[in-house]
Design a protein around this ligand. Sequence first.
Ligand code: G16
Ligand code: MG
Length: 225
Amino acid sequence: MLKGFVFDLDGVITDTARFHYQAWSKIAQDDMGITINPSVNEQLKGVSRMDSLNVILKFGQRENDFTEAEKEALATKKNDYYVQLISNMTPADILPGIQAFLDQLKAEGYQMSLASASKNAPRILNGLQLTNYFDQIVDPASLHAGKPDPEIFAKGATLLGLKPTEAVGLEDAFAGIQSINGAGEFSVGIGDPAILNEADLNFTSTAEISLDQIKTAFATWAAKQ
Ligand code: G16
Ligand code: MG
């Protein structure tokens, strides 16, 4: 039986990718002499802060040029700038259709948790005034491996006291869909179905999300589990 929903944050609830990109672009340019581009940005989605830095250093062929302490300092500097950028977020930054979807889930008594790689997730939910919708938030600092490892989505369900087959995971990144599938949950992809081709159900944007369609597809999927 469908009992709960595990949400990704960036790209599903709000678009923080543009702020991550702005912050990484500046630090990469100013402190590493690396000019990043939108295709590098794609590789940062859903990836932890330190792994994002490593992607950028590899792109700039500078992966051996910084000590661990220097890398920590670069990651901290990026985060300080990023936190400034997100400090003005308001409910107007919630992606289309999400507020109504969350209201419907609450009204129908579903449990909800957040499976974001971002250590800033609680701060972002606060700005969006969505904190009260979420029964649990997975602490990314508690994880052994990030997406596509199943751990984060598995934890999103267990924190709610749910079996994987009672939970739906929502994601906009391919690595996130792999994480949901690996956890044995029903996966909903938000975005290009050609990219998210391993999702159990796909919506091209958040505005298209339909709880009725999820329920129908989930019932067919659950019967086969
Ligand atoms: C988000 C972003 C990633 C970011 C990561 C860590 O993941 O998509 O680009 O690197 O969080 O963020 P922070 O530096 O704030 O801890 P998600 O899982 O919400 O898509
Ligand atoms: Mg995402």
